[in-house]
Ligand binder design. Structure first.
Ligand SMILES: Cc1cc2nc3c(=O)[nH]c(=O)nc-3n(C[C@H](O)[C@H](O)[C@H](O)COP(=O)(O)O)c2cc1C
Length: 187
């Protein structure tokens, strides 16, 4: 019996290859996982390694064929990590221009507990569209790991590779599991 199913959406930022840390953390807590990637993130991750770990294909498009119904994943919780400047702005606007964005839009609309972990530098993080996006997503009830309360801040431009090592994968899982438990307590 699983504790829950975690849907992970990976965007195209430097911590993306380390998503295996999140997968392993979830599996250690008896969760199952599946990974969806944005089209750009497909170049950042080791797809066979992730598929081997999760036992599920990494999805980036609808993979429809004639007569096959379009399907979106089910989940008990959603973690979007690392979340890029680009994708955070799109999610806040409700854009659904690829499979990952459509998945996110629909899972949020179904009130699936959602955690976003940005990986955005300080130059981009000062932009008004981004700040508005973070506020808007929080207003919608989405948990964003960002700011002094979460010990996770934007990094200076050019330092992303060093900052990658500190990416809070484990914290993201525990935040998502806590939200899922809050929504649907397990005995
Ligand atoms: C090597 C590399 C590293 C990048 N790192 C970041 C990053 O840390 N944060 C970010 O917001 N964008 C980063 N970008 C830019 C995004 O990949 C770019 O905005 C892309 O369009 C995002 O696509 P997505 O949001 O659909 O995944 C990086 C790009 C490259 C090529």
């Amino acid at each position: 019996m699983t504790a829950g199913h975690l849907q992970i959406v990976v965007c195209a930022a430097s911590p993306a290859p380390d998503v295996t840390i999140l997968i392993n953390t979830a599996h250690q807590q008896s969760w199952t996982t599946a990974v969806t990637a944005t089209p750009h993130a497909m170049d950042f991750i080791d797809i066979p390694a992730i598929e081997e770990l999760t036992g599920a294909p990494v999805r980036s498009d609808y993979q429809t064929s004639p007569g096959v119904r379009r399907s979106l994943p089910t989940a008990d919780a959603l973690v979007i990590a690392p979340a890029t400047y680009n994708s955070i702005n799109k999610i806040a606007l409700g854009l659904a221009d690829n499979y990952a964005m459509t998945t996110i839009a629909e899972l949020i609309g179904r009130h699936i507990p959602t955690v976003i972990v940005p990986f955005v530098n300080t130059a981009l993080a000062t932009r008004h569209p981004y700040r508005r996006a973070v506020t808007s997503l929080r207003d919608e009830g989405i948990h964003i790991l960002l700011g002094p309360d979460h010990d996770w801040e934007p990094h200076p431009p050019g330092t992303g590779n060093d900052r990658r090592l500190a990416f809070p994968w484990t914290t993201a899982f525990h935040a998502a599991a806590a939200l899922a438990e809050e929504k649907q307590p397990r005995k």
